[in-house]
Design a binder for this molecule. Structure first.
Ligand SMILES: *[C@@H]1O[C@H](CO)[C@@H](O)[C@H](O)[C@H]1NC(C)=O
Ligand SMILES: *[C@@H]1O[C@H](CO)[C@@H](O)[C@H](O)[C@H]1NC(C)=O
Ligand SMILES: *[C@@H]1O[C@H](CO)[C@@H](O)[C@H](O)[C@H]1NC(C)=O
Ligand SMILES: *[C@@H]1O[C@H](CO)[C@@H](O)[C@H](O)[C@H]1NC(C)=O
Ligand SMILES: *[C@@H]1O[C@H](CO)[C@@H](O)[C@H](O)[C@H]1NC(C)=O
Ligand SMILES: *[C@@H]1O[C@H](CO)[C@@H](O)[C@H](O)[C@H]1NC(C)=O
Length: 329
């Protein structure tokens, strides 16, 4: 294209055309890596002053589109990006200081207006250490679902992401490497035992970043009684009935016999109710013990119910315990 146009020039320009030919052959793209805050000089780009009306122009392309041009007369961003002509007549592009957004393709063109040719073609890559937009987040999932944990760390070169987990059940302060890498950790068929703190560690050659995801797993209440059938005789003391509920969120346990609405009151003269939370060894378990603290009498031989209710008083589950009179021998 250029050669055809240049044939219109006077024959005396021939040597200069050959000179350009030499230049044209070395316009292969070059890759330069830099970092934020640095002073970067892109070049060399030599303007052949002996070519009539030849000037120099740097074009900046980002995402495949030309975004701006810099000439000897016009700098960019208040002079942060400008042409710096050195004593060897090279019109290099100086960027000082480099910003993250300077990543792009830098093309230097020289020649007379309307006849400029590409002289230098540079791919500038601004590298930076990994960054996460959050430090710590809470995630709530439901048992049985498939959950995805994301760790979208920015950074150039693209950070390597590793996942760790702090097992609550071990009461361990260390994080164990799960052995999975990538920006997403998928947990299939999540169970209550996955309620842990997960950590992602993003790193590249310029640094690292960490994010913590506190995962809570919800599951419906499961109610169990220790014995469904108890036996006693009139006058027995200290009869105990026990019920355990496992749930997240935790639910309340109430006891009744006969009238469902008439809950047995804690710590009255006949009964004592003792609730124990066990969140360590077992997961989210509450054990409720109903103690008869008055000698058994005729009316006590009945069916007792242990019932789980949520915070708004809705029934979730219920189990019966039958207190029977021991048969006479
Ligand atoms: C060079 O520039 C001068 C002044 O701007 C103009 O008169 C002349 O035609 C130009 N020559 C060429 C070859 O473009
Ligand atoms: C996560 O949950 C904890 C405890 O429930 C709370 O203290 C903290 O503020 C929560 N963090 C965020 C980022 O929501
Ligand atoms: C993280 O990035 C992926 C694309 O790589 C996107 O699909 C996902 O929604 C992002 N997640 C978050 C939490 O931003
Ligand atoms: C967990 O660790 C803490 C502090 O080291 C300790 O006080 C606690 O008893 C431990 N719990 C269990 C269940 O081991
Ligand atoms: C999910 O886990 C539960 C409990 O471990 C199991 O009974 C069930 O079959 C699992 N479902 C799938 C689809 O893997
Ligand atoms: C309690 O249970 C009822 C019925 O299942 C439900 O509609 C309600 O949202 C629950 N409330 C709480 C606080 O869990």
């Amino acid at each position: 294209m250029y050669y055809r146009n240049s044939l219109k020039f006077k024959l005396t320009l021939t040597t200069r055309i050959i000179l350009f030919l030499g230049v044209v052959t070395c316009t292969g793209s070059q890759e330069i890596k830099t970092q934020i805050g640095k002073r970067e000089i892109l070049g060399p780009c030599k303007n052949d002053k002996s070519v009539l009306n030849s000037s120099v122009m740097w074009e900046v392309h980002k995402d495949g589109k030309k975004t701006y041009t810099v000439t000897e007369k016009r700098s960019f961003d208040g002079g942060r990006v400008r042409i710096d002509t050195n004593p060897y007549g090279e019109s290099n592009l100086e960027i000082n200081p480099v910003r993250k957004t300077d990543t792009g393709r830098y093309i230097c063109k020289t020649g007379p207006t309307g006849n400029m040719v590409t002289h230098t073609n540079i791919e500038l890559i601004v590298q930076f250490g990994p960054k996460l937009s959050w430090e710590s987040i809470n995630r709530t999932m439901h048992e049985g679902e498939t959950g995805e944990l994301w760790c979208n760390a920015s950074g150039i070169p693209k950070p390597t992401i590793e996942w760790f987990r702090k097992f609550r059940v071990n009461n361990d302060t260390r994080y164990e490497n799960i052995g999975i890498s990538g920006n997403m950790l998928r947990i299939h068929n999540i169970t209550r035992y996955a309620k842990d703190i997960y950590k992602c560690h993003a790193s590249n050659e310029l640094g690292s970043a960490e994010g913590f995801i506190n995962v809570d797993v919800l599951f419906p209440a499961e109610l169990e009684v220790f014995e469904e059938e108890l036996q006693g005789v009139n006058g027995d003391l200290n009869v105990e009935m026990a019920c355990a509920v496992t749930a997240n969120p935790m639910v309340n346990i109430v006891w009744y016999k006969g009238d469902e609405e008439n809950h047995i009151q804690e710590n009255n003269w006949k009964y004592k109710i003792q609730n124990e939370d066990d969140m360590k060894e077992y997961y989210y378990t509450t054990i409720s013990i109903l103690k008869k603290v008055y000698p058994l009498e005729h009316a006590d031989f009945d069916t007792y119910y242990c019932k789980a209710q949520n915070d708004t008083g809705h029934d979730i589950a219920s189990k019966a315990i039958n207190l029977a009179r021991r048969p006479e021998k």
